[in-house]
Design a protein around this ligand. Structure first.
Ligand SMILES: [Fe+2]
Length: 293
């Protein structure tokens, strides 16, 4: 560490709220420099408070420095999509619109284009999803995040009663999506011999004690007491109730943005509304989480 680095003033960091219910933008910090514990805690707490945090201006980071930045927020876990990883960095996966699936097709609009939270088919889904912008289109291609905690609190009491105690059964891909889903994911699901993973539809945040609606429609086979078809209709209706504009923020990336989402209190989706001839490449890291309850 250079003397200049060790004296770097952490007080130049600013965290600016985006809107009442969601989002904050961080400027005035260089993640290539050592980050002290107080600053790290401020950033962590800001993710939990604002649900999504964007750290601007990190385009100069190497993959190793991106990973170190991710590790400030907890232990990284493997992405279950192992097809595209950064060379030499198995904990960083790559989302790139120029990648092709095993049938030679470039990525089409997939389940990630609809509101969801990540890896709900796992017993211990990630607590944070982090996306780092390597290449971005001129406009569009946002990641949208919805504060599912504030949205839950705003639900009418009869809806809260209806979903209290409900469970979701989660697979890699729901039978409803088997016909239209990514062929690689469908193949992996056909080969999986795993029973569905059961999670609560309304989960309690382990750090704040607040409740949030929490599901991945494309991975949910059933909600308690419903057929797979009823489940899809019900979750679409619930999505519409939750993703009101005041609870959502669509972040259009600048190159070098590091976006951090608290998955325990949110749903998110990828935007495909951009000039597809332009390059969009994100690195994704996941921080290991707890069993939802
Ligand atoms: Fe996602």
């Amino acid at each position: 560490m250079s003397a200049a680095a060790s004296r770097m003033p952490t007080q130049s960091m600013e965290i600016a709220k985006v809107k009442e219910h969601i989002g904050a933008i961080v400027t005035g910090i260089d993640l290539a420099q050592p980050i002290d514990d107080a600053t790290r805690k401020k950033l962590y707490d800001a993710v939990v408070e604002h649900v999504v945090l964007v750290i601007r201006g990190q385009a100069h980071l190497s993959p190793g420095q991106v990973q170190a930045a991710g590790e400030m927020f907890g232990e990284l876990m493997e992405d279950q999509n192992r097809r595209y990883l950064v060379d030499g960095f198995p904990l960083i996966s790559v989302l790139d619109n120029r990648h092709k699936d095993s049938k030679g097709q470039t990525a089409k609009v997939g389940a990630n284009a609809t509101w969801h939270t990540d890896h709900t088919n796992q017993e211990l889904p990630p607590k944070f999803t982090m996306l780092y912008a390597v290449a971005v289109p001129d406009k569009g291609g946002a990641t949208s995040v919805c504060n599912a905690r504030a949205a839950y609190e705003a639900l009418p009491d009869d809806v809260k009663r209806q979903i209290a105690g409900a469970k979701t059964e989660n697979t890699l891909i729901s039978s409803a999506r088997m016909k239209t889903g990514n062929p690689d994911v469908v193949k992996a699901q056909m080969e999986a011999k795993k029973p569905p993973t059961v999670h609560p539809l309304v989960r309690t945040h382990p750090e704040t004690g607040t409740k949030a609606v929490w599901f991945h429609k494309g991975k949910t086979e059933t909600v308690t007491g419903m057929s797979p078809e009823e489940t899809q209709d019900f979750l679409q209706d619930l999505t519409d109730k939750i993703t009101q504009p005041q609870f959502c923020y669509a972040h259009e990336y600048e190159k070098g943005d590091l976006l951090i989402i608290d998955d325990r209190a949110s749903l998110h989706k990828a935007g495909f509304d951009y000039d597809r001839s332009q390059h969009r490449r994100l690195y994704r890291m996941l921080v290991r989480g707890d069993r939802p309850y």
